[in-house]
Ligand binder design. Structure first.
Ligand code: CO8
Length: 259
């Protein structure tokens, strides 16, 4: 495999840590960065030792300040159409391992969209979210008009997409875009600890729970409830449900085997 040039990846026990690493461009997304990111996420997903993934940005200034504007500026419609810029990000939707975005600093444009593509967001108190594409004469192209609107509601999403203004971490928490806000200095530790808690559970059961929550965004309530019930029943065909409930009754820690 060729060496990584735009991201760093490391293992922290059962957690895979990926750091977007183009600090001079505030970790702006380039085709290489996105290709490497998706490749390493998929590698962690295929690794039975890894139970959760954290994605963060290098430095304390930015998670990612968007797609690389300087690289995009000269592209034509046909360039965009043919290149399917950042199309690999669609592959993240088939990843079973939970992905936490640990957002330090700016998450703007494609950076905000990448964070929203993850399963949930933990934010530093210094984080800023926004879809500023309108100020560049374009619009969000990686889900910003869709996921942002579902997360914060139509009115505020419309205001930010049309003005390009930013939202604070605290507001993002109040509106449900982020799960929690933590002091910037504690963000990575907190994200790794949270990922560790998830990685300590049964991996197949975690994947089932993740799928069910995601279905809530894609179907009617009645369908979603039926889907959840079927998956709930199916957990009773696993070793780990037996082990988890037996351990509770015995006042012991469960020994999950991921089966
Ligand atoms: N692309 C390229 N370079 C960037 C980007 C970016 N998105 N953001 C920052 N940089 C660079 C700056 O050019 C600067 O480089 P240099 O030192 O060589 O001049 C360096 O990073 C530091 O940035 P600033 O000096 O601007 O730092 P400030 O603290 O003054 O400002 C901001 C920080 C507010 C974050 C500012 O940099 C900014 O506004 N950045 C652009 C934010 C933006 O508009 N993002 C949206 C980009 S468009 C997008 O994401 C579309 C995605 C959809 C793709 C769809 C594909 C199908």
């Amino acid at each position: 495999a060729s060496p990584l040039t735009c991201i760093l990846e490391e293992r922290r026990g059962p957690v895979g840590l990926i750091t977007l690493n183009r600090p001079k461009a505030l970790n702006a997304l380039s085709p290489t960065l996105v290709r490497e990111l998706v490749q390493e996420v998929k590698r962690f997903d295929a690794d039975p030792e890894i139970g959760a993934i954290v994605v963060t940005g290098s430095g304390d200034k930015a998670f990612a300040a968007g797609a690389d504007i300087k690289a995009m500026q000269p592209l034509s419609y046909m360039d965009m159409h043919k290149a399917r810029l950042f199309g690999e990000l669609d592959e993240l939707s088939s990843v079973r391992t939970p992905i936490i975005a640990a957002v330090n600093g700016f998450a703007l444009g494609g950076g905000c969209e990448l964070a929203m593509t993850c399963d949930f967001i933990l934010a530093a108190d210094t984080a800023k979210f926004g879809q500023p594409e309108i100020k560049l004469g374009t619009i969000p192209g990686l889900g910003g008009t869709q996921r942002f609107t579902r997360a914060v509601g139509k009115s505020r999403a419309m205001e930010l997409v049309l003005t390009g203004d930013q939202m604070s971490a605290e507001e993002a928490r109040e509106r449900g875009l982020v799960a929690r806000v933590v002091p910037a200095a504690d963000l990575l530790d907190d994200a790794l600890k949270t990922a560790g808690k998830i990685a300590a559970q049964s991996q197949p059961i975690v994947a089932m729970a993740k799928t069910c929550v995601n279905v809530a965004f894609e179907t009617s309530l009645a369908e979603g409830l039926r889907f959840e019930r079927a998956i709930f029943y199916s957990t009773f065909a696993t070793h780990d449900q037996k082990a988890g409930m037996a351990a509770f009754a015995a006042k012991e820690k469960p020994n999950f085997k991921n089966e």
